[in-house]
Design a protein around this ligand. Structure first.
Ligand code: S3P
Length: 440
């Protein structure tokens, strides 16, 4: 948990400003979680650099410490995990509290389903309301013994089990968390586990498993592994999180006179939908110095301000930009004409209902934003000042902070403490790059 309760922090952002300079945003959240999980199960010492010191990835780190894994750090992004091997985890003395982190809960439910001890996974109010049936159903098909509250929500109670069986699963939703959950469970299962996704989702688990020496077969949208293998410790350089960089891509695009370089950003093609969508809207974004670091593509990203125009967002880009829609809605509000999003019902079950919460905030700031069942219709216009509510959702808070660049009055964003879950130091970094932002 943050030092503050989630209610007592507001951001106050004065209107105007432009972005100049260069910055490296914190480490990728998805990769940070996975580096702890696989490092813990590996044989040997895994050294991680660039680890995200945010509350979500720290929740994962602490959960593995509670299961007997010796982990040093984080110290300026450096973490050393002393792997215990596939059978080396121990039962935690208490429930594993995972805070706000859906990734921790969904991936760990798979990893823990085949252990020789019971586990209980709990979370904060937001996480305790999020759908877990998407992992419970396929895990039960694998013979896992797992129970949840009515409505299939956390706490999740997972029983000791050494009889998991591999399955061939067609995922009904495009979810990297479900895919990863099942692959992690599959390592502890008898036989082969295969997962087919309806659309490409982030593939960090597959890349990292390969980096730890675990064999996977990929055939189009299907990925399979054989249970009973082992992981070999390795070193991991976590790139900067493109989902955090996205706030400043939009900021520099909408604030006239901006020129910004974001360094060492992960540009895995399963994550770059935000760049594609912004470019379709007329953004001026260059990807430079492309290189590969530890199996993940990395680049510097240069953004110059430009006039954006509304678009119909192609549905195939939705899973590739799933976390970036709150800030893309700000870009749409600053664009000329209409932006239409469809095929994005998943946004309603993120840390908040991101369609409704963003529509409410945009309307407060004077923008026509019409929520639909699976998306939103936004008419670009002139943003006013006002007070908006993030509902404790980190990405909503940061998105409205960026909006202030184009508002006519001060923007106050309530309930912003959870920004620390994914982007510690956001306020200082944003201030250094040109936003007039303070904490109240
Ligand atoms: C994540 C996958 C995405 C994303 C989340 C992180 C991951 O969720 O929204 O922030 O690390 O696998 P879904 O796979 O449920 O869409």
């Amino acid at each position: 948990m943050s030092a503050h309760t989630s209610k007592d922090i507001s951001f106050v952002v004065e209107p105007g400003g432009r972005l100049q300079g260069s910055a490296r945003v914190p480490g990728d959240k998805s990769i940070s979680h996975r580096s702890i999980m696989l490092g813990a199960l590996a044989e040997g010492e895994t050294r991680i650099s660039g680890f995200l010191e945010g509350e979500d990835s720290l929740a994962t780190l602490k959960a593995f410490q509670a299961m007997g894994v010796q982990i040093e750090g984080p110290n300026k992004g450096h973490v050393t995990v002393h792997g215990v091997g596939m059978q080396g985890l121990q039962q935690a003395e208490q429930d594993l509290y995972l805070g706000n982190s859906g990734t921790s809960m969904r991936l760990m439910s798979g990893l823990l389903a085949g252990q020789s001890f019971d586990s209980v996974l709990t979370g904060d109010k937001s996480l305790s309301g999020r759908p877990m049936r998407r992992v419970i159903d396929p895990l039960r098909q694998m013979n896992a013994v797992i129970s949840a509250e009515d409505g299939d929500t956390a706490p999740l109670r997972i029983s000791a089990n050494n009889r998991l069986e591999g399955i061939d699963y067609d995922m009904p939703v495009a979810s990297a968390q479900v895919k990863s959950c099942l692959l992690l469970a599959g390592m502890f299962a008898e036989g082969r586990t295969c997962v087919t996704e309806p659309a490409p989702t982030r593939d960090h688990t597959e890349r990292m498993l390969a980096g730890f020496g675990y064999t996977l077969d990929r055939d189009g949208s299907k990925v399979c592994l054989q249970g009973g293998g082992t992981l070999r410790a390795c070193s991991i350089d976590v790139p900067a999180d493109i989902s955090s960089a996205a706030f400043f891509m939009v900021a520099a695009s909408i604030a006239e006179g901006s020129e910004l370089i974001l360094e060492h950003v992960g540009v895995n093609p399963t994550r770059t939908g935000v760049i594609d969508i912004l470019r379709l809207m007329g953004a001026n974004i260059d990807i430079i110095n492309e290189r590969e670091v530890g199996g993940e593509p990395v680049a510097d990203i240069r953004i110059q301000s430009s006039r954006l125009h509304g678009i119909n967002i192609p549905e195939e880009l939705v899973p590739l930009a799933i976390d970036e829609f709150p800030v893309l809605f700000i870009a749409a509000a600053c664009a000329s004409g209409q932006t239409v999003l469809t095929g994005a019902r998943e946004l309603r079950v993120k840390e908040s209902d991101r369609i409704q919460v963003m529509a409410d905030g945009l309307q407060t700031l004077g923008i026509q934003a019409q929520p639909t069942d699976d998306g939103i219709v936004i008419e670009g216009g002139q943003l006013q000042g006002g007070t908006v509510f993030s509902h404790g959702d980190h990405r909503i808070s940061m998105s409205f902070a960026i909006a202030a660049l184009r508002c006519q009055g001060t923007v106050t964003i309530k309930d912003s403490a959870n920004v620390d879950t994914s982007f510690p130091g956001f306020v200082e970094l944003a201030k250094g790059l040109g936003l007039s932002i303070r904490i109240a």
